[in-house]
Write a protein of this length. Sequence first.
Length: 147
Amino acid sequence: MFFLLNLNSQNLDSINIVGVLNKEFLKIKPFSNWFNNEYEKYQPDLPIIENLKKLPKEDLKISIYFGSWDENSRKFLPQFIKVLDCINFNEKNLKIYSLPKSLKINNMDTLNIKVVPTTVIVKNKNVSIIEGLWANKIELELHNLIK
């Protein structure tokens, strides 16, 4: 894991995280200000969660590209992490990339990301890339992608 922080701001909410990180990093201040609130507020659809739990996930790899500066990312990422927590997704198969506003990090594969959040889901050799916010509830979209 590596990350850089832009600490040039007096406003803790505008601190920029850049790099590869794990979900636990987002649960500490100052990032917990937006992460924990949205995580707790999101109520996944429990019947869909139960169906997701039954699906095989061993061959599933997920990468999330987000911007700590981006409102859509600040909403989507905690909700997505909550869904993964609810289905006991193996954190070893999850990569979280925090991008600067330029959406580029030197020496890091960012797949030519054009918008955040972007989610990449790989199951076997099938790759799904979802740019921006998902059309439906996260757990429903995830279920439809991996079933």
